[in-house]
Ligand binder design. Sequence first.
Ligand SMILES: *[C@@H]1O[C@H](CO)[C@@H](O)[C@H](O)[C@H]1NC(C)=O
Ligand SMILES: *[C@@H]1O[C@H](CO)[C@@H](O)[C@H](O)[C@H]1NC(C)=O
Length: 448
Amino acid sequence: MLIISLVVIAVLSPVSTFDPSWGSLDNRPLPEWYDDAKVGILIHWGVYSVPAYVSEWFWWLWEVRENPKVTKFMRAHYPPFWTYADFARDFTAEFFEPNEWAKMFRDSGAKYVVMTAKHHDGYTLWPSMYSHNWNALEVGPKRDLVGDLAFAVRSYGLKFGVYYSLYEWYNPQWLEDKKNNFGTFYYSQCKVQAELHDLVSRYSPDIIWSDGDLAPETYWNSTNFLAWLYKEKANTVVNDRWGSGTLCKHGDFFTCGNGFTPGIEFPHKFENVFSLDDSSFGYRRELDPVNVMSIENLLEKIVTTVACNGNVLINIGARSDGVIPLIFQERLEQMGQWFKTNAEAIHGTRPWMNVRDTVSPEIWFTQKTSVIYAFMRTWPESGTDEPYRLTIGTVNSSVVPQVSKVVLLNTPLVNLKHTLSALGLTIELPKLSPDYSARWVWVLRIQC
Ligand SMILES: *[C@@H]1O[C@H](CO)[C@@H](O)[C@H](O)[C@H]1NC(C)=O
Ligand SMILES: *[C@@H]1O[C@H](CO)[C@@H](O)[C@H](O)[C@H]1NC(C)=O
């Protein structure tokens, strides 16, 4: 009976429609799955993964910037008339196993995956009919990489999104429109709008992660596209890169640039996008392990972002043969170890009234109904027989009437000795056993 009435309500509720204006689009409630998911993986993969040197901006660094490293590399290793397009045939992806990728992502604790369907070089990882001879089915892997990964990722229970670069460095139609001060629309209509609609109808992406919006939103026709998208796909979310001036202003979630960490509770849902390699999103063969984010720093980013109302989008670069470099695999595997016992403190949580503590400022918080999670990034020095007492000032008797239970996740879940007063919550931490596995960030579950 309950089920039947829910179905009736769902059928009778009006289809949401939106006007092609930000005033209307900004009223759309955020689809809840995105707020619950908290952690996504971004994959940079494409023709730039073949030279795999310096960064995914290789072509631009070579031709526009005449970057000395890239220029020297090309002179030393390639014949004089070699073009960027000549790399495409070596984008082979012969070891690409979409199910193995999807399993690795699911086991890492991530809940969604975003893939570069097209980067600024214009090469599409799906068989776009608007990118003749410059797509993964026709040159390189000879397969639909977007379709194959979308299917695998979803069969492992994750959401699937596409990264899509609006502009293309050297597309002649784009350059023509730009020359005309965006008074003509050859490229935005016949290429971008056509491809965005194609992506939506083929793969129903759960996220459209737009980038490279280096023109007015009226040129991209963004509000018309989004009004259409919101009507067609009730659960698809988009970021904030839809034309000059939209960043940090419009969209389901804000990115406000890369690596955004407000440090306070941010009033709008945001996403902190960063790469495990601190100087490139694409895979580069000269990568030094010291440039790869440590698991401690990765977890710190997750905690401090989620506490402030954000999601993290963690980027990795894949190799041209379809292998994910081992050091990125290792980091995802470590993240998965941590999530195995601490996931409840991240997934499905919301920011608490304080993002971090005053008395112990190294402590950050999230919450669920009548539960506060406190994250500790350091464990107190041992060497004393006294039990270590942690005081959390912002959990005090003036904001929570009582604390019934405090446990440390991933240990035998005993109720730790604690006292609540007007000055805060003081907890006696246990001695840790040496086999304690999730040692990078500890989580206290405080039940009110
Ligand atoms: C923008 O999109 C609308 C709706 O699809 C369409 O009618 C209009 O021609 C488009 N304008 C431009 C400049 O592309
Ligand atoms: C008690 O908690 C509230 C809210 O977290 C905070 O504003 C206040 O400063 C706390 N009191 C003390 C003594 O820290």
